[in-house]
Design a protein around this ligand. Structure first.
Ligand code: ATP
Ligand code: MG
Length: 379
């Protein structure tokens, strides 16, 4: 079974919308899918997939972790898709105890499905990190705003720390060192990871080796949501660069999604956008991402440096193509005289400029990457 946790640092970036619609796309592709709402305390996925208010959910299970977990898995009207509701009543996931996290993780890992999609809450609480780390290829969603991208990066930094902590056994020099820093009041999040790892490799090579081994299987993926124009797609490169330089993480780009006003109507109709209007730009972007995920699951291999680079180029191209489609309505405006030819020429000129700038940055990064790879740079 494939596990696909969907997280973000910042709230409201589109995690639930993406989790719900990707699940529908996988189900339509013939996969047996279970969608789990783990945004405890703020569960709302049932509204997006159009299920009536659930009677039981994760909260029911957590109140007695020895109870039958299958009771909380419900059928939906969508063939191949089942749903595990969260719980809006119980306090948020921040309040979960470690034994509850472990019990829930164990049950989730043993459900009978081809794909388990997990919608997580915002933030970097330990339970969220642990559920995200149930897979090495979880998805981080961000929008192009500074706060959302910064929070996405900080979320990934926290996952790396969590991996570090769980790789070091209690009593090992590396664990004692990290604990010491914590007791001194050093905020771990403020530490510079490459330097910290260099020190750990000196004082405790065994733990350092264990951590590196776990990192080999950790390849999170990015979705950039709510774009308004292609230029905003550039921030993905910034997240990627920070992750590579400061966290030793090679982030893959699954693609961009534009803001689509049809989503509000779909939501009001209690339908996932894929069922409301499957030719909407938002739906098409989700199908494209779902295809990439299914393809990568089939290939089973993690993308190497070159393909990672291609994933960013592809997303950049898609940002341009989708923008063109989105601008299709310009033609209508021209016909009815709301837009003059002069306006149009100006718009095309400025867009061309943006595209050229993106190309230049892309070429620059490509040459840097080729150089790094030929010099034997490997994460
Ligand atoms: N591409 C998009 N186009 C239009 N509306 C969108 C898009 N993505 C998300 N939205 C809308 O933005 C709002 C927030 O989305 P959503 O609830 O999926 O975010 P979230 O990350 O799950 O939030 P939370 O952190 O609160 O769980 C919703 O009203 C959703 O319909
Ligand atoms: Mg949500």
């Amino acid at each position: 079974m494939r596990i696909l946790p969907i997280a973000s640092g910042k709230g409201g970036v589109g995690k639930s919308l993406i989790a719900a619609n990707l699940s529908v796309a996988f189900a339509q592709a013939g996969k047996r899918v279970i969608l789990a709402d783990l945004d405890l305390g703020a569960s709302n996925l049932h509204l997006i997939i159009g299920c009536r208010s659930p009677q039981t959910g994760i909260g029911t299970f957590l109140s007695d972790t020895r109870s039958d977990f299958s009771r909380v898995i419900m059928d939906t009207d969508i063939p191949n898709l089942r749903f595990i509701p969260g719980d809006a009543e119980i306090p948020g996931s921040a309040n979960l105890k470690q034994n509850q996290i472990t019990a829930l993780a164990k049950r989730l890992l043993s459900v009978d499905a081809d794909i388990l999609v997990i919608d997580l809450g915002a933030g970097s609480h330990q339970s969220i990190l642990d559920f995200f780390l149930l897979s090495g290829r979880g998805i981080v969603v961000s929008t192009p705003t500074v706060t959302a991208t910064l929070n996405a990066y900080l979320f990934l930094k926290n996952t790396v720390f969590r991996l570090m902590y769980s790789s070091f056994s209690r009593g090992s020099p590396a664990h004692i060192y990290l604990e010491g820093l914590r007791k001194e009041g050093t905020a771990l999040q403020k530490l510079y990871i490459p330097k910290l790892l260099e020190h750990i490799s000196r004082i405790d090579p065994e733990s350092h080796g264990k951590f590196l081994k776990r990192m080999q299987y950790f390849h999170p993926r990015l979705i950039l949501n709510m774009l308004d124009e292609p230029k905003q797609a550039e921030v993905a490169l910034k997240i990627r660069r920070s992750c590579s330089e400061y966290l030793g993480l090679d982030l893959e780009h699954l693609g961009v999604i534009y803001r689509d006003s049809l989503q509000d109507i779909a939501l009001a109709s209690h339908l996932p956008i894929l069922l409301y209007k499957n030719e909407a730009i938002l739906s098409q972007a989700i199908y494209r991402i779902a295809d990439k995920i299914l393809q990568s699951e089939e290939d089973e291999v993690f993308l190497e440096g070159r393909s990672i680079e291609e994933s960013f180029q592809e997303a950049e191209l898609e940002a341009e193509v989708d923008f063109e489609a989105r601008m299709g309505y310009v033609e209508d405006l021209l016909h009815c005289g709301a837009l003059s030819m002069g306006d149009l020429v100006e718009t095309v000129k400025s867009q061309q400029l943006e595209i050229n700038q993106l190309r230049k940055e892309n070429l620059f990064l490509k040459s840097k990457l080729t150089k790094a790879i030929t010099q034997g740079f490997k994460i």
